[in-house]
Design a protein around this ligand. Structure first.
Ligand SMILES: *[C@@H]1O[C@H](CO)[C@@H](O)[C@H](O)[C@H]1NC(C)=O
Ligand SMILES: *[C@@H]1O[C@H](CO)[C@@H](O)[C@H](O)[C@H]1NC(C)=O
Length: 481
């Protein structure tokens, strides 16, 4: 029996492990056929992408022109794995085709023969891929039918495949790839990131943002001094314009990028959906502040913009993040600190894992466009740290400005200042009345909260994660502001 008509449906898949749920981000085309059953989502191993493909086609049989039966994607993992989803079995594999070194498959299109006469009702004849550098790979297969439009591009690279295949029908039609989905590699590469599906779906949007040469990007894990440093950077970027700063809340001057993806209730408010767009439209010079880890940020970021990373010891981060979860209603966290600490160590809190986030930045600390700083150093010597960041940004401060900035950023002043302390959230109902967004800002507060047993569990977790690195945390200070 030879192949008759098939339909190829291809979807390439993007998934992110979102708080335990895998959410697939799929790219697809509009001209696939509908018959058959979708096979399994077949993803390249974690950390790898599809960099080439090969297809199995039946030859033109006269009355039966169709032919694509299998699409095999080549992954760039060390084992050079292949993924196929469901395959049709007849025909022969054509030559393998791969993108240039360092590039990956990015988009695809299908050549489909329209639904034909009685016996021949299906139809994908070939698939064509485009690589992340824009180069098209040649397609193999029969020439009948026309190519539809390309799918969306996955700039991070396609990471998997799912095929719609019609079961074998020996009497007339024994083949049948009818449609394809592709997934982008954000998932496969980084699927240990705990974020909500809404964030996963928009990860590509963040990845595609266009950094500007006069931008400062402030990168932090939550509760590591984000708001504090953001205010500092905004004032440095804007010639210490305290007047504008007092009129316009920090959330307007430098919107928190992923805010809309924190909760479905927030997403329901349309204007909140727009933070990435809002940030794209902000006038220069901007401060952009994502919690998204470096590998999911625009790949040109370090070449184009200035980047500041603020790190904080994880013991204080755990305590601070716990109180943050109690304060913010949408987190709805009702557990104990002890339970929260375990969630944190198990990478089950939003934006976890902590160590991936920080170690990735640590490995880039020598980059000329990177300024890596510690929360604890700001507590110890705020003025000295302000001077260092200013020098990194190429800003010269007068003595007056330096004094004023240091005073403004002193914790007790900062905490009571409504331009920056987010207390407005109590009026809108986003925050519970008890607690404060800017809480204590102390180094070593963990000692007031951890039992000896919990503390040694956390010590072991830190030690394990820092093994083989030269990153060291300061967890106590003799003197702090
Ligand atoms: C993947 O496919 C290529 C091309 O057919 C083959 O050479 C290679 O051995 C396959 N790799 C695995 C792990 O099956
Ligand atoms: C609050 O902060 C703004 C800058 O964000 C500043 O202009 C204003 O003077 C501060 N208010 C007080 C009472 O310190």
């Amino acid at each position: 029996m030879t192949s008759r008509l098939f339909t190829v449906a291809v979807s390439l898949l993007v998934s992110i492990l979102a708080l335990g749920l895998v959410d697939s981000l799929t790219i697809s085309v509009t001209n696939g056929e509908t018959e058959g059953e979708w096979g399994p989502v077949d993803l390249c191993p974690d950390g790898s992408r599809a960099v080439g493909y090969q297809s199995r086609n039946d030859l033109n049989q006269g009355i039966d022109f169709t032919s694509l039966n299998t699409i095999r994607l080549f992954c760039d993992d060390v084992d050079a794995s292949n993924v196929t989803s469901t395959e049709g079995f007849t025909g022969q594999f054509g030559p393998g085709r791969s993108c240039a070194a360092g590039e990956a498959l990015s988009a695809f299109q299908l050549r489909v023969q329209p639904n034909g006469a009685a016996a021949d009702n299906t139809a994908v004849n070939s698939i064509r891929f485009r690589c992340t550098d824009g180069i098209e790979l040649a397609s193999a297969g029969n020439q009948q039918g026309t190519f539809g439009t390309y799918s969306d591009d996955c700039l991070t690279g396609i990471c998997g495949i799912q095929t719609l295949v019609k079961p074998e029908d020996v009497s007339v039609d024994n083949t049948a790839l009818n449609d394809v989905h592709g997934g982008n590699s954000i998932n496969a590469e980084y699927n240990d990131l705990s974020i909500l599906p809404s964030h996963a779906k928009n990860a590509e949007k963040i990845y595609r943002m266009k950094p500007r040469s006069d931008d400062v990007w402030l990168l932090t894990f939550p509760k590591c001094g984000t708001t504090w440093t953001c205010e500092l950077l905004w004032l440095l970027q804007n010639n210490c314009d305290f007047e504008t700063a007092s009129k316009l809340g920090l959330g307007m001057r430098a919107p928190f990028l992923e805010m809309p993806y924190l909760n479905s209730k927030i997403q329901a408010k349309r204007e909140m959906l727009m933070n990435v767009d809002k940030v794209e439209q902000l006038p220069s010079p901007r401060v952009v502040r994502p919690h998204t880890p470096i590998h999911l940020l625009p790949p040109t970021l370090f070449d184009i913009a200035k980047v500041v990373y603020v790190a904080r010891n994880p013991k204080d981060v755990i305590v601070s993040y716990y109180f943050h979860h109690k304060l913010i209603k949408l987190h709805g966290f009702t557990g104990t600190l002890e339970e929260f600490a375990q969630f944190f160590m198990d990478d089950e809190v939003y934006n976890a894992p902590f160590f991936t986030h920080i170690l990735e930045a640590w490995s880039k600390r020598e980059h000329p466009n990177m300024h890596f700083m510690f929360f604890e150093d700001m507590k110890k010597n705020l003025r000295g740290e302000i001077e260092k960041v200013a020098a990194f940004l190429g800003k010269t401060l007068s003595e007056d400005e330096l004094v004023k900035l240091t005073e403004h950023l002193k914790f007790d002043n900062f905490k009571t200042n409504e331009s920056v302390n987010n207390e407005g959230g109590k009026k809108t109902g986003a925050l519970n009345q008890e607690g404060n967004f800017i809480r204590k800002g102390k180094t070593g507060d963990w000692k007031n909260h951890f039992s000896p047993e919990l503390n040694s569990r956390i010590d072991a977790w830190i030690e394990k994660n820092l093994a083989g690195t030269d990153l060291k945390f300061v967890t106590e200070l003799d003197y702090q502001d």
